[in-house]
Write a protein that binds this ligand. Sequence first.
Ligand SMILES: NC(=O)c1ccc[n+]([C@@H]2O[C@H](COP(=O)([O-])OP(=O)(O)OC[C@H]3O[C@@H](n4cnc5c(N)ncnc54)[C@H](O)[C@@H]3O)[C@@H](O)[C@H]2O)c1
Length: 379
Amino acid sequence: MGGTLNIGLVGCGFMGRAHSNAFLQAPRFFPAGRVPVLRAVCARNRASAEAFAATWGYESVETDWRALVARPDIDLIDIASPNDTHAEIAIAAAAAGKMVACEKPLGRNAAEAAGMAEAVARAGVANMVWYNYRRVPAVSLARRIIEEGRLGQIFHYRAKFLQDWTISRDLPQGGAGLWRLDEAVAGSGVTGDLLAHCIDTALWLNGPIAEVSAMSETFIRERTHTLTGATAPVTIDDASAFLARFANGSLATFEATRYARGHKALYTLEINGEHGSIAWDLHDLHRLQFFDHRDEGALRGWRSIHVTDGDHPYMDRWWVPGLQIGYEHSFVHQVADFLRGLDEGRALVPDFRDGLATDLVTDAVLASARERRWVTVTA
Ligand SMILES: NC(=O)c1ccc[n+]([C@@H]2O[C@H](COP(=O)([O-])OP(=O)(O)OC[C@H]3O[C@@H](n4cnc5c(N)ncnc54)[C@H](O)[C@@H]3O)[C@@H](O)[C@H]2O)c1
């Protein structure tokens, strides 16, 4: 099926740029099916919407997402605005018969996410959640290695996501850029922001999580609120760590914080199985570390696979073997897979059901930390 896919984007911040770039690049490097057309971008401030439209080539602007959703010339509503906007926009877009792409976390909590998953299912519209790390070629290769049974039975899963940008007491909360520190907007702190990424990848690589035992901390308990100018309590989790037991019997540890001095976006994961192990690090995202115990004894050791060859996931469409790609390409791959799925009549994962599955785990983590007990993850 050829033709165009008319995009209506909500939000022109960090993710608005990543998505716009992906919509433009995907059909050039992965031609298949419909070609995205940047019809309209929506932001509350007209001047910033117009500046964004000029930079990225959007044909028009809106300042109210409701007007965007009502437009008959839009096929897909792409939600790249803060977490408190996701549910209302997604549910309205689905009711209007639009396809919906939504940033993570899907909802501020699982109840919101469940309403969103129900809305797209009822409307029968294509949907996806931007858990982009699945489509870093090295992470996709990890999934292939696991699917081929090369690790054997999985014993351990270990993930962490460390940042350091909120350590200063002078940092306010709320408003543009700092909405992540405001629980009413974000839903939670690092659990919904950073651990959500770790959890989505883990569910994809290692299956469902059965139960969790968590602890969290808010290190700076009061900050000036940008919108009011007054000092207000901080209610997000600044740091969150949990133990987990997967349905397949493996044990896991997860940790996220914005107080790890020196770390900017250190997302790492490690999996230990019966025959082998893998390890991946976002700071070196084009490499996958792989150990295979079945290698000949004298030569056995960790392989550092430079995931740039033509037979690695996605890499046959980029440059030549040996030349690496980066962060933005994970979004390009997600759009490419979505377009191919539309063409072939297959749903893309992660979809809203997957987004809900992650929110059910983050809800369990927050409940466990609050109540200081093991919590079973609702299926
Ligand atoms: N997939 C990822 O790796 C990743 C990375 C960063 C952020 N995110 C997610 O993306 C979303 C946006 O984050 P960001 O970092 O781009 O934020 P941002 O603060 O950089 O940008 C948010 C944009 O939304 C706009 N906005 C806010 N409310 C709006 C409304 N009611 N209508 C229209 N526009 C509105 C703002 O003006 C701004 O342009 C969040 O849900 C976040 O969790 C995902």
